[in-house]
Design a protein around this ligand. Structure first.
Ligand code: PEP
Ligand code: MN
Length: 357
């Protein structure tokens, strides 16, 4: 069966575990053996070539590590996967017998590199998982899948690992969940795996991110697992021991997408009320736009600019003060008022430009 069918149809989540980097034969055997024994994962991962941000970091053990990964796969009976960043990596990984290749976030951004790997894999029927590019560019991510498909490789899956930002307070890579959700809308055929390790960058965030991914119906999780995380040669802060991986997976709450009919009836009643409220919101907004248009006419007749900065500052200030009273966040009220303001400016602009004399 194709990997993409196994991931999408099996029991959720499909878990890929193993170290950020293969460091030694002993480390690989140790961690993979434990993952195999505690049956926490359906696939083993290990980075062999590591595209690191700064040149003085550990850049991967290289070719020798491929054998350790493949041996760990044979011993545990689990399929294996590693990251390839160029055609040479892909050829070596295929020769060594790695079962699935993945394209890292720093490679997905580069269409030439993606094309080169797709060409090197032409004719093999090895599955490929593609991480999102480091920047939140849905088209670039979709383009990478298309390059593999054009090369005849159609057993594909997507891995969401978050997007680069400068000095974020919480995340190493912000999740921007709307991007994987949009990928799913465009490509419902692709299984979607979340990599909470690279999103969080810290092990204490792994459960929260994994739970969110499950609540958004992701199919699987890729979680970095190391026998002694604090001593890992790369990504020490985010790796988990195999026994903590078991705890994390047990703590996940897997909610169903289906409702029982009783619950569905109650929910449908509430949804109808929500739809009625939405209609009222639109009525009110339309009334508000009528008032804006009246102001727009007066501005036109009196030759006044549409944007009145000082007035708008006062409006925003007074509305933000009320946000607490309505149980709304200031952030939401700000976004809502900005959207209303922009629409109102559009209405006034069309008044300004209509039947000019
Ligand atoms: C990794 O999985 O170890 C890795 C380097 O990931 P990413 O490409 O998401 O940075
Ligand atoms: Mn890593």
């Amino acid at each position: 069966m194709k990997l993409s069918e196994r991931i999408g149809n099996g029991e959720r989540p499909f878990v890929i575990a193993g170290p950020c980097s293969a460091e030694s034969e002993e480390q690989m055997m140790n961690v993979c053996d434990e993952i195999g024994k505690n049956q926490s994962a359906q696939m083993l991962r290990a980075g062999i070539w590591k595209p690191r941000t700064r040149p003085d970091s550990f850049e991967g053990i290289g070719e020798v590590g491929l054998k350790w990964l493949v041996d760990a796969g044979a011993k545990t009976g689990l399929p294996t996967t590693t990251e390839v960043a160029n055609a040479k990596h892909a050829e070596l990984a295929l020769q060594a017998g790695v079962d699935v290749l993945w394209i890292g976030a720093r490679t997905t951004v580069n269409p030439f590199a993606v094309q080169e790997i797709a060409d090197a894999m032409r004719g093999s029927n090895v599955p490929v998982m593609i991480k999102n590019p480091v920047n939140p560019d849905l088209q670039l991510w979709m383009g990478a899948f298309e390059r593999f498909e054009k090369a005849g490789i159609d057993d594909l899956a997507a891995i969401h690992r978050g997007f680069s930002v400068y000095n974020h307070r919480k995340y190493r890579n912000v999740p921007s969940w709307e991007i994987p959700i949009a990928l799913k809308e465009n490509r419902p055929d692709l299984p979607l795996i979340c990599d909470p390790s690279h999103i969080g960058g810290r092990r204490d965030l792994l459960l929260e991110i994994s739970q969110k991914a499950m609540d958004l119906n992701f199919d699987g999780l890729m979680i970095e697992t190391h026998p002694n995380p604090d001593k890992a040669w790369s990504d020490a802060a985010q790796q988990l021991t195999p026994s903590n991986l078991v705890i994390l997976l047990n703590d996940l709450v897997l909610r169903s997408q289906e409702f029982s009919t009783d619950v569905a009836d109650v929910i449908n009643d509430i949804r109808e009320k929500v739809a009625t409220l939405d209609d009222r919101i639109f009525d009110i907004l339309s009334e508000r736009m009528n008032l804006s248009e009246q102001v727009g006419k007066l501005k036109r007749e009196n030759n006044i600019t549409i944007l009145q900065q000082e007035h708008w500052k006062k409006v925003i200030g007074s509305r933000l003060e009320k946000s607490d009273d309505y149980g709304l966040t200031q952030k939401f009220v700000r976004q809502l008022m900005d959207a209303i303001h922009q629409e109102s400016i559009r209405h006034q602009t069309s008044i300004m430009n209509s039947d000019k004399k």
